[in-house]
Every structure is written in C-alpha cells, then in structure tokens.
Ligand binder design. Structure first.
Ligand code: MN3
Length: 199
C-alpha cells in the first residue's frame, strides 16, 4: 500500500514547553517525514514492493542487501521510524508504568542505568541514526544504536523506544548539543505508557 503521512498525535506546539518546539515539529514532521513518504512512494511504484506493507518492505529490502533497493529501504524505514517516534512522545505524560519500571530494573539494574545507557548509545552514534530500547528475539531488553534509517525490524527485534539523533531532530532547539537533547527526551518527552504498551 502507498505510504501516507499520519497527522502528529498532538498539536505542533504541544511539546514546546517540554523542549521540542513547534518549529522543530513543522520541519521534522511536515517536511522531513513527508519527504520520506513522497520519495518512498515514487521509488516503490511499479516494483515488487508496491502493495506490500511497510514492515515487509523494510525487512525484505534490508535482507536483500541490493544497492538498487537501498533507496526504497531508506525511505520506508525512515517513514516507519518517524511514525513510531511521534507516538513514543507526548505532552503531559505521567510517570512510568510499574511493569515497565520493573522490567527495566531487572534488565539494567535501575531505571537510571537504563537512561544512562540509552543516552550514551544516542550520543555515541557517529553521524545520523537512532538509539533504541528493544525487546530481542529471546525476550530480553537491550539498548542499541543504528545508523541512518536502520531499525530493530531489520534484526527481528521489537522497538519499545527510539530516539531520532539525526541533526534535523534537535538542531533548532539544542543546536549541536545532542546529549542535552537526549536527556530532555528521556526526562520530559517520552510517553512511557506507549513504551509499556509495546512490551
Ligand atoms: Mn528524523
């Protein structure tokens, strides 16, 4: 099926007091995400991928490894990544559900240690990419980082939380300070109910 740009799950200015401005969301959602949707649709038209789900396109083109498929992979994966990213944030989100707190404590030793590992993965991703909390195939929780549009679907993992560390995600609000953006994301922007729902 053709990709389509979903509306943000909140107003463009809903996160402004939490460190993500309306200007960032206008560029990031309305321009960057839309470009992945539009370019992806152009590239899949007339190919074997037309009519396939975005998840099937991502895993199929990633596993094929063919250079000719890379444009399709990049745009499909970035479309999927951003859909998840918008849903993983929210205004006025409450605390962390107990089941998630328990799972993070069991896996990382403490919630603070999980946040430390997650922020370090994001800060340590050289160039553009993402950092993730994933549920691996064996059920364990892990923090990972990926380059460009690569995401947990490529490795058979479930994405519980992802943070976009491409410069377009933070340069308007945080300039070059990626660690400050990551810290703010974890403390103010994450919708922990959404994360828990993905487990
Ligand atoms: Mn982005």
């Amino acid at each position: 099926m053709a990709f389509s740009l979903p509306d943000l799950p909140y107003a463009h200015d809903a996160l402004a007091d939490l460190g993500m401005s309306a200007e960032t969301l206008e560029f990031h959602h309305d321009i960057h995400h839309k470009a992945y949707v539009d370019n992806g649709n152009k590239l899949i038209a007339g190919t074997e991928w037309e009519g396939k789900s975005v998840e099937d396109i991502i895993t199929g083109t990633y596993q094929s490894g063919a250079v000719a498929q890379s444009g399709i992979f990049n745009n499909a994966s970035q479309h999927w990544n951003h859909v998840q990213f918008w849903e993983m944030m929210g205004p006025g989100t409450g605390g962390m559900p107990g089941e998630l707190e328990k799972a993070l404590t069991e896996s990382f030793g403490s919630v603070d240690k999980f946040k430390e590992d997650f922020a370090a993965a994001g800060a340590g991703q050289f160039g553009s990419g993402w950092c993730w909390l994933v549920k691996d195939k064996d059920g364990s929780l892990r923090v990972t980082k990926t380059e460009n549009g690569v995401n947990p679907l490529c490795f058979g993992q479930t994405a519980l939380l992802g943070c976009d560390v491409w410069e377009h995600s933070y340069y308007i609000d945080f300039r070059n300070k990626r660690p400050a953006y990551l810290s703010n994301f974890l403390e103010k922007l994450v919708n922990w109910d959404n994360v828990a729902g993905r487990m």
